[in-house]
Design a protein around this ligand. Sequence first.
Ligand code: G4P
Length: 290
Amino acid sequence: MQLDSLSWFPGHMTKTRRMIVSELGNVDAVCEIVDARVPLSSRNPDLDELTAGKPRLVVLNRVDQADAAMTRRWAAWFYAQGYATMEADAKSGAGVKRFAPAVRELLKDKIAAYEAKGQVGRVLRVMVLGIPNVGKSTFINKVSGRKTAKAEDRPGVTRTKQWVPVDRTLELLDTPGILWPKFDDPAVGMRLAFTGAIRDEVVDVEELAMRLMDYLGAHYPDALAARYKIEAADGADGWTLLGRAGRKRGFLISGGEVDTERMSRILLDEYRAGKLGRFTLEEPPEATDG
Ligand code: G4P
């Protein structure tokens, strides 16, 4: 599903928070799914506080759409923050087999403690969380072999929590309710709009495309040059690059001006369809000196 204005309904968020806190006692670990293209912007900033003390696994999902070298940097960054990490492409299923071993590695001390008490093969339970559109449902379905479509996360539609078995000793808690990103930061909203997590209707398409061009021009000029047959490595800003691409495509309006709105929609569609390549749209924060 996509984020939309209804998702922000404060009562909805309060319910989700309450549910997470009340279920924490029933799980051994928390698995957070993030979008590898925007690994920080697709996180919920309150999760650390809400899940304090629980072992955490961060799944960098959608790696098929992200820059592989950047995904490695992000995995190292999350690891340095104390999280176990793994990479996945839930759509094809690549990487999901590593989930169960990753959980068992994360919980190896706990498993040893259970075994010391004679509880061999005790079922491990993992709460799976993620903001909309990171691929949470797809991931759960692939990991568990579940075929049923997920229930709608719409306000007003009652959906109860679900325990989803992965194997004989591992179960997932699929949580209803919507987890929200840090939407008070406009840069975060912008990145989520690039990926399509936030609907285009709530953002200005030309502004969005211009900013995406800005980022791609600065970080991936060769990809722009290859796709649009334009000069992109000369430091030109997003607006200029959008104009060059539109002109090259022949998107002109009366007077010979470029139809930037049309080019903007094309850029966003082509980016989201993966036609420009695989990109990561934010960098890990610099390590700070202790
Ligand atoms: P959510 O529960 O986090 O809201 O996300 P959901 O699983 O519903 O996935 C949203 C869309 O993202 C789906 O596409 C899904 O197939 C796709 N997706 C999930 N994980 C990955 C991934 O790792 N890589 C890629 N490339 N796509 C992924 P859709 O177009 O809405 O549906 P469908 O056409 O695939 O059925």
